[in-house]
Design a binder for this molecule. Sequence first.
Ligand SMILES: *[C@@H]1O[C@H](CO)[C@@H](O)[C@H](O)[C@H]1NC(C)=O
Ligand SMILES: *[C@@H]1O[C@H](CO)[C@@H](O)[C@H](O)[C@H]1NC(C)=O
Length: 441
Amino acid sequence: MVQSTLKSLSLSLSLCLSLSLCLSLSLSLSLSQECTDGYEWDVQSQHCKDINECVTIAEPCQGEMKCFNHYGGYLCLPRSASVITAPEPSSQAPAGPPPQSNEAFGSCPVGYQVQGESCVDVDECILDLHDCQPSQQCLNTVGTYSCQCPEGYSKIGLECVDVDECRYRYCQHRCVNLPGSFSCECEPGFQVAGNNRSCVDVNECDMGAPCQQRCYNTYGSFLCRCEQGYELGPDGFICNDIDECSYSSYMCQHQCANEPGRFSCICPEGYQLLGTRLCQDVNECETGTHQCEEGQTCVNIHGGYHCTDHNRCQEPYVQVSDNRCVCPVIKPECRELPFSIVQRYMSITSERSVPSDIFQIQATSVYPGAYNTFRIRSGDDNGEFYIRQINNISAMLVLARAITGPKEYTLELEMVSVNPLRSYKTSSALRLSVFVGPYAF
Ligand SMILES: *[C@@H]1O[C@H](CO)[C@@H](O)[C@H](O)[C@H]1NC(C)=O
Ligand SMILES: *[C@@H]1O[C@H](CO)[C@@H](O)[C@H](O)[C@H]1NC(C)=O
């Protein structure tokens, strides 16, 4: 009645641990008199029946281990483990119960499905077999799946909540929190750098800043500047021409002409520019621009020139040299006249400050013991000149009053020499033509 043929227990186990760890397998077998270890005689069915040690033994597994009942014994495995069993050997006698098709011991474990002869992972995410929240992302893994928060979200309770990255001062200037991310913004005049966080200065000058003339980039902005001769308009962009001529009447000696960005000085006819603002008389006699005729002498004067006839001596004078006339003593009418007359020309500017020395007269022939006096014989009807004696052989013609040109004077200056010892008196004259120019230069 008791069929007790002890046969070697052929138990083929393959463990598949989700942690990919091999953990201790505790296989405990107990002997029965009637049936093989782990089986008991079932009176009803008259067969040996597997004992569910997980139920019959108090605390069959230690600690966190989970009890899995098995034919003829039980297994203590980590809670995360699932077990794939080989089909029960048909030789097993007495016949055990038909293999149970529970989750842990089906043809494929949970999270796998049969494909041909092997088990393959089920993608719970694609097949919508997960229980992730709408705010969560399903992430399939081998044998299972997990619910994760997208980047930029963190799990609070069951939901994924946007992380406010702006709290972490990621941006140099301004931070804008966005669902799942953030972006940095920069103040005007700056742009976000390559690292997306720093702000770098924008060179507005390279990007069409509206400066009319010069543009200078500054940190965060730009400045317009103008070329010399221009000033920045109230808008800060436009350059307006400066009217330098309006600054002062001293910009030019004669006339100022404003031009875009600059000014220039203009000189009257007969003058040329000396440097930038002064006017200089043109010497037409030297430049050859005069139109004196042959037999005339060109005399340069301020602002022009004068053509003089070669000294033509008037009766009773006779010409002795280029500009000298002499009254021969043998002529009776010469007694009361200066013995010699010399012609000279000079030019002065208009409105000279007075008194001013303008011409020095020097005796050419000196008689020992004689003393000389000088006077203006004619040509000074309005008393604009006087003579200051320097010593007994020279004197200075002084301009006494300011004269406004153009004007022309012909002064006859006389030097009288007296030798009291020999009761001898003689005089000579200087005919001086004074041209007063039209300008003070
Ligand atoms: C900056 O942002 C752009 C566009 O969003 C991205 O393509 C780039 O990789 C980011 N650069 C860095 C350094 O994060
Ligand atoms: C100048 O006059 C003085 C007398 O006043 C006389 O002694 C002197 O010799 C004169 N000099 C000349 C160079 O004529």
